[in-house]
Write a protein that binds this ligand. Structure first.
Ligand code: ATP
Ligand code: MG
Length: 407
C-alpha cells in the first residue's frame, strides 16, 4: 500500500438512538467504550465527527481484529473499513483498489456515493461518482446500481484529504453500556439468564452478575459456569465487571426442614431475590434482571412470579418473558454463551425439592411458610459468605467461592 494512505475504520451510530439532551452523554460513553475496546491495538487516533467515529490505525493488518472488537461495542450501528487518501482522483482510485483487494471479489452490484465538504474540489459530486464508478466497474466487471446496490462505497472529499470506505458491516446496535445505569442480573448456569443479561447491556446497563449455588450439597460446576459466563459477557461492558457468588445450600436445608416440599422452590426464590435486593442496594443498581420466560417451568407461572416478586421493591426485569426456548437458544448461539450454558450442571433450586413443585403459590401461603424460620437471619448468613469478584475477569478464580462456601 502506498505510503500516503492511512487505514481507518469508520463506526456509525444510529441517528434515532441519539435523542435530545442525552446526546453529549451518549457520545462520550461510546467514545470511552470504543477506546477501551481497542486499548491494546495500534490505534493512532480516535475521533468523533458528525455521528461517526473515525479510528485511525497504524497498520492495516489489524483491520480484522478491530472489526471483531466492534461487534462487542453497543451503540455501534455499523462500520466500514476505510482509507484516508490524498486529495486527487488517482489517490481515491488507489484507495478503492486497496479496499477491493482487502474485501475480496465484489459480489453483485455497487454504487459510489460522494460527499463533497470541500466545494473547491474541481469535480462536482456526480462527476466524481461517475469517474470513480467507471474505475471500479473496469476493475471488477460488477454492474452499477444506483437505487439498490449490494455494496456502497463512500467517498468524502475533505479540505486536505479524502476518506474512502467500503462495504458496511453490522455492529451490535443498542445503546452504549453505561448510559442507562446499573442492574443486577441473576445468573444461573442455564441458557436464559446470560441472554437476559446481554439484553440489558444492549440497552445501556452495566450489569453486576449474581450467582447462587448449593455447593457442597451439589457439585461446584455451576460456579465455574457462572465465572465463565461472566467472563464471556464482560467483553461487552469493560471495565466495570462484578460477579457476586452466594452459597445458599445451608439456608435451603433450613428451609427444607421447616417448609412443605411443594412450596420450597418458591421459598428458595424469595430468598434469592431478597439477597439480590440487598446486593442491588450496595451496587447502586436500579433493577433486577432474570431469565424467566412465562410458563417455561413450574416456578414461572404468573401466580408464582407474583409470590416471588413480592419480596422486592425493585423493578424486576424479565426481558425473555415472551420468548420460546428455541428463540433464546438461537440468541445464546449468536452471542457466544451457548457452549458454556450447554455444559450439564446441578441446579441449586432442585435441592431438597419434590418432582412436582406447586405451580400456584400465593403470597399469603409463602409468608405463612416463612414464619417457621428466620428469613432475615438466613439472608444475612448467606451474604456473609458471599465472594465478590471484580477487576479483570480472567483473573477470577472459582476456587475462592468454593472455599468461602465451606468456611
Ligand atoms: P436459566 O436458563 O437462566 O437457568 P431456567 O429456564 O432454568 O433459566 P429457572 O431455573 O426457573 O429457569 O430460573 C429462572 C431465573 O431465575 C433464571 O433465568 C435466573 O435469572 C434466576 N436463577 C435461577 N437459578 C439461579 C441461580 N442459581 N443463581 C442465580 N440466578 C438464578
Ligand atoms: Mg436454570
Amino acid at each position: 500500500m502506498s505510503r500516503q494512505m492511512t487505514s481507518l475504520v469508520i463506526a456509525r451510530v444510529h441517528e434515532l438512538a441519539l435523542k435530545g439532551q442525552n446526546r453529549p452523554f451518549f457520545k462520550r460513553a461510546l467514545y470511552e467504550n470504543l477506546r477501551y475496546a481497542l486499548r491494546d491495538l495500534p490505534v493512532s487516533r480516535l475521533q468523533e465527527r458528525a455521528l461517526r467515529y473515525i479510528i485511525r490505525l497504524e497498520d492495516s493488518s489489524v483491520w480484522p481484529e478491530v472489526a471483531e472488537r466492534l461487534r462487542w461495542v453497543f451503540g455501534v450501528a455499523n462500520f466500514s473499513l476505510g482509507l484516508e487518501t490524498a486529495l486527487t482522483v488517482e489517490a481515491m482510485q488507489q484507495g478503492l483498489a486497496e479496499l477491493l483487494e482487502r474485501q475480496g471479489p465484489l459480489q453483485g452490484s455497487f454504487r459510489i456515493r460522494v460527499k463533497r465538504t470541500n466545494k473547491a474540489f474541481p469535480l462536482t459530486s456526480p462527476e466524481l461518482e461517475r469517474e470513480l464508478g467507471r474505475f471500479v466497474q473496469k476493475r471488477t466487471g460488477a454492474p452499477v446500481d444506483l437505487s439498490h446496490p449490494d455494496v456502497t462505497y463512500q467517498v468524502e472529499v475533505l479540505y486536505d484529504r479524502a476518506l474512502v470506505s467500503g462495504e458496511s458491516l453490522p455492529g451490535p446496535g443498542g445503546l452504549p453500556v453505561g448510559v442507562s445505569g446499573r442492574v443486577v442480573a441473576l445468573l444461573s448456569g442455564g441458557y436464559d439468564s446470560p441472554v437476559a443479561a446481554y439484553r440489558l447491556m444492549k440497552r445501556g446497563c452495566f450489569v453486576t452478575f449474581v450467582h447462587f449455588h448449593a455447593y457442597p450439597y451439589v457439585r461446584p460446576i455451576s460456579i465455574e459456569k457462572a465465572v465463565e459466563l461472566a467472563r464471556h459477557l464482560s467483553r461487552y461492558q469493560p471495565p466495570h465487571n462484578r460477579l457476586v457468588i452466594v452459597p445458599i445450600g445451608d439456608a435451603q436445608r433450613e428451609i427444607a426442614l421447616a417448609a412443605e416440599a411443594p412450596l420450597r422452590v418458591v421459598l428458595y426464590r424469595r430468598l434469592m431475590l431478597r439477597i439480590a435486593t440487598e446486593i442491588a442496594r450496595e451496587e447502586g443498581a436500579g433493577a433486577i434482571v432474570t431469565g424467566e420466560s412465562l410458563g417455561q417451568v413450574a416456578s414461572q407461572t404468573l401466580e408464582n412470579m407474583r409470590a416471588i416478586g413480592a419480596v422486592t421493591d425493585l423493578p424486576l426485569l424479565r426481558p425473555l418473558v415472551g420468548n420460546n426456548k428455541d428463540e433464546i437458544i438461537a440468541e445464546a448461539v449468536r452471542i457466544g454463551t451457548e457452549p458454556i450454558s450447554r455444559i450439564p450442571d446441578d441446579d441449586c433450586c432442585t435441592v431438597f425439592v419434590p418432582l412436582h413443585p406447586a405451580t400456584r403459590v400465593t403470597v399469603e401461603q409463602a409468608e405463612a411458610a416463612e414464619r417457621a424460620y428466620d428469613v432475615a437471619a438466613l439472608v444475612e448468613q448467606c451474604l456473609a459468605r458471599r465472594t465478590v469478584y471484580e477487576g479483570d475477569p480472567f483473573r477470577w478464580d472459582p476456587l475462592a467461592a468454593l472455599a468461602a462456601a465451606t468456611a
